[in-house]
Design a protein around this ligand. Sequence first.
Ligand SMILES: N[C@@H](CCC(=O)N[C@@H](CS)C(=O)NCC(=O)O)C(=O)O
Length: 222
Amino acid sequence: MLELYYSPGACSLAAHIALEEAQLTYRLHRVETSKGQQLSEDYRKINPMAQVPALRLDCGAVLTQIPALLNYIARLRPDATLLPTSPVKQARADEWASLLTSALHPAFVVHFRPQRYSQDESLLPGMRREGKAHDWKMLQHVEARLPGGTSVLPGEWSLLDGYALVFYLWGLRVDLPVTDLPKYHQLARATAQRPAVARVLKTEGLQFATDALVTPEEKRAS
Ligand SMILES: N[C@@H](CCC(=O)N[C@@H](CS)C(=O)NCC(=O)O)C(=O)O
């Protein structure tokens, strides 16, 4: 059985959503990064980078890096078309995965974990401040690039929407005005209302996300 190592609300949420959307059977292992559990010797044997997510495959091998996990999971369910298959759409999907991994995620790392880049305590508050300003710039960049509608790829839900949701929620958590980004907000709302995503948000204890993105009427109707 597939085994996902995750931390609630971390970027591993994208892989968790993918497994649930794919309707695969999997086991969850909670590794709380806020408590430093990813740094344990035991976890480093699973992922030497000491990061979540990690996905243990049926053959025992461990796969890391979200784009790789999303691609792998999508290929296990070709019938569900969780990622596009035509060359141009596939390239566009790869472009988004790269953008989220290499621009959005690192912006938040400077904000959340500046100590990774400097040992000088006096520099950290400024790095946090600058990091947060850069987070906002990157979220606005996503807004500008989104096609409109409810998904990252025009008119087509994909696993990238779950990945994009991660950074929207991080913005929400640190009080960035993400609700003022109309396309991104619409995408986040539509994604949070998908039954598979709602189950994952509940399992990870991310009630704040559901409260922000799903109205009481919508909750009652689901
Ligand atoms: N490029 C990696 C990034 C993984 C990553 O940075 N994970 C974070 C959680 S969002 C983590 O485990 N942080 C703990 C740490 O760096 O100590 C991926 O795509 O999976």
